[in-house]
Design a protein around this ligand. Structure first.
Ligand SMILES: NC(=O)C1=CN([C@@H]2O[C@H](COP(=O)(O)OP(=O)(O)OC[C@H]3O[C@@H](n4cnc5c(N)ncnc54)[C@H](O)[C@@H]3O)[C@@H](O)[C@H]2O)C=CC1
Ligand SMILES: [Mg+2]
Ligand SMILES: [Zn+2]
Length: 273
């Protein structure tokens, strides 16, 4: 089943409902989609509603619930779980839904003047009539880079990672800098080395909570590894034929690694997740 996001008018009846709160979806044994007209007859604390797209031919609406919401036979499942398991189109739908949910939850009041906002009809925007401003979903560009040195790659661990897992370096783009500048700065800050010959590989929308990952390969230029306190727990050079546990296969971090390893070992190249 294919997911396509579109703007649907929540005044229309029918379709499926996704029940969302803070990076979690309510799910039962049938999954995350509930008959929408039925769900609206249940006694649920609904904060807001958006029409977000089509899953196959069916309309899908996002119902924002209060954290206290419960429904018989259902439990809250994290978006991260659906990234790790579950089918790819379902994850694409939930990733979009979660970012719309995050945006809506953070813009019910105007950030400029504090007045309550309203949803603009026909557009994904929250409108403040008091100061005439509009608030659109926010996306935070971030770079992610695999630093390479011949048959070796530089991988690091953050204290937040699953035990044993090493990954590429990542970081948010700061106001006014280019992504290329961000790559050089983050690598310098996190591991103290200089890079050259950046190659843009591809991008990935990353809904935790609203990053856009821009993925690169970069060659090592100079410097010894000096780890940034707090952010980096360990960083080392690994040979492409002797790698530690790696990030989830759907992440662009993993793609950057798999692609470089495939190129060095003469294996078929993987495609972008
Ligand atoms: N898809 C993938 O394969 C991967 C995605 N990522 C994502 O990349 C992003 C950046 O990676 P990190 O190393 O954590 O970033 P980072 O190196 O910039 O440090 C994270 C810190 O940045 C600050 N921050 C949080 N949100 C921000 C924002 N929107 N703008 C600016 N600063 C912010 C916070 O102080 C946070 O502790 C994260 O969203 C992370 O989930 C990271 C690794 C792999
Ligand atoms: Mg980082
Ligand atoms: Zn305002």
């Amino acid at each position: 089943m294919v997911w396509r996001n579109t703007f649907l008018d929540p005044a229309q009846p029918g379709g499926w409902a996704l029940l969302y709160n803070q990076q979690h979806f309510l799910a039962d044994s049938n999954g995350v989609l509930f008959p929408r007209d039925w769900i609206k007859r249940q006694d649920l604390p609904i904060l807001g509603e958006q029409g977000i797209g089509h899953f196959g031919d069916d309309a899908v609406y996002l119902l924002q619930l209060k954290p206290s919401a419960t429904l018989e036979g259902c439990s809250w499942q994290s978006l991260r779980q659906f990234m790790l398991q579950g089918d790819a189109e379902t994850f694409r739908m939930l990733a979009y839904a979660a970012q719309i949910g995050t945006w809506y939850a953070e813009h019910r009041y105007c950030g400029s003047c504090g007045a309550p906002t309203r949803q603009l009809p026909g557009e994904r925007a929250m409108r403040c009539d008091s100061c005439e401003s509009q608030h659109y979903p926010r996306i935070s560009p971030s770079m992610i880079v695999l630093v390479t040195r011949g048959d070796e790659i530089l991988l690091a661990r953050s204290p937040r990672f699953v035990t044993g897992v090493y990954s590429t370096l990542a970081g948010f783009v700061e106001p006014g800098e280019s992504v290329e500048h961000c790559v050089a700065r983050e690598v310098r800050e996190e591991v103290g080395v200089e890079v050259k010959n950046l190659q843009y590989i591809g991008s990935q929308g990353w809904p935790f909570p609203h990053s856009l990952m821009l993925g690169f390969h970069a060659e090592y230029a100079s410097g010894e590894i000096i780890m940034q306190e707090d952010e980096i727990e360990d960083a080392r050079w690994f040979r492409v034929d002797d790698l530690p546990p790696l990030p989830a296969s759907r992440s662009i971090a993993r793609h950057l690694i798999d692609l470089y390893v495939a190129r060095r070992l003469g294996l078929p190249e993987p495609s972008l997740p």
